[in-house]
Design a protein around this ligand. Structure first.
Ligand code: HEC
Length: 151
């Protein structure tokens, strides 16, 4: 009896630590493969929807893409490359990698990683540790939106 209680006391904090640090619910990241350092050819989730992607891009609580980038109608920020016509300039696989982890394309760009698992070193709240900023579906919706920007 005493042994069982001692074990429970030891196990509890370890288990709690795992829950906090591990991937949580639908924020659990799916595995992906970067090909030749330039693209992620396979989608992370079923069919992206460009309209939902546009909403993610405009939402500062999610992608917040238009905080920095100008969108197709010139709306948004001017600190980053204009996204108009990006779908004609870049493959879907490259767009996916740019959203997931831009640092793989250019190591000097360190904070453009919307599908990297976050840790405390990145100054995120404890709840966000072990999760990604966007869900796999949000990434695919953004890729579909970016790919649709052809003019
Ligand atoms: C904090 C500002 C900022 C935010 C927010 C941001 N970006 Fe970027 N993005 C940049 C910068 C700066 C670059 C250029 C990086 C470089 O090559 O030096 C870039 C590059 C890109 C590129 C490549 C552009 C090209 O011409 O090759 C794409 C695609 C892109 N971002 C999409 C997104 C999407 C989608 C989001 C929202 C999930 C987003 N960005 C959010 C700053 C931002």
């Amino acid at each position: 009896m005493r042994v069982a209680l001692a074990l429970a006391l030891i196990a509890a904090p370890v288990f709690a630590g795992f829950v906090v640090a591990g991937p949580v619910g639908d924020r659990a990241p799916v595995a992906y493969t970067v090909r030749d350092g330039v693209e992620i050819p396979e989608p992370l989730a079923p069919a992206g929807d460009p309209e939902r992607g546009a909403a993610v891009a405009a939402d500062p609580e999610r992608g917040g893409c238009l905080t920095c980038h100008a969108g197709p109608d010139g709306e948004g920020g001017s600190d980053a490359p204009d996204l108009a016509g990006i779908g004609a300039r870049a493959s879907e696989g490259r767009l996916r990698l740019a959203v997931v982890h831009y640092g793989a394309l250019d190591p000097d760009v360190t904070e453009h990683a919307f599908y990297e698992v976050r840790d405390l070193g990145e100054a995120v709240s404890e709840d966000a540790v072990g999760t990604t900023a966007l869900t796999a579906q949000e990434v695919e919706d953004l890729v579909a939106w970016l790919a649709s920007l052809r003019d």
